[in-house]
Design a protein around this ligand. Sequence first.
Ligand SMILES: Cc1cc2nc3c(=O)[nH]c(=O)nc-3n(C[C@H](O)[C@H](O)[C@H](O)COP(=O)(O)O)c2cc1C
Length: 150
Amino acid sequence: MADALGKLYTSTAVVTMKARGKTNGITIAWMTRVSWSPPMVAISVGKTRFSHELIAESKAFCVCILRKDKTEVAELFGTNSGRTMDKFSHVQYTLSEGNFPIPEGTIAYIECEVVEECEAGDHTIFVGKVIREKLLEDADPLIFGEHTLL
Ligand SMILES: Cc1cc2nc3c(=O)[nH]c(=O)nc-3n(C[C@H](O)[C@H](O)[C@H](O)COP(=O)(O)O)c2cc1C
């Protein structure tokens, strides 16, 4: 059944982070650019997620925007927790210039430093200032919305 909130379409990304000598990634659809100058990006992360702890500690994250055929990567990072699984042992990846893991199927990555944290119900909005960005492949992103099958 269609609803109004389902009409909010966004790109889907794996947001990666490093803390406690570990790396982790989380599938994020609630994300958008929020400032032109300096460029800033906001992501909304559930307070119970392992990634929430790691981003709150490290104050940095990398948005890896997935290509439209990469639903299995979105599913891997979006249905398992880094508390109990090393998700990066199940997918090929490279490292960004800033040493964040970049999973296969990433068309563009954006490295950010957290400059603001805002409460939003059961989520926290982490606002990140863009430190570095790289387009890897000029292809269409995986779109999240009412027709997303995950
Ligand atoms: C398509 C998709 C989009 C998602 N978007 C978000 C999101 O925007 N924010 C969020 O907190 N969780 C989102 N999730 C859920 C998390 O990715 C999921 O709970 C994940 O297992 C948390 O991993 P972690 O415990 O390692 O942080 C999404 C999941 C899927 C499949």
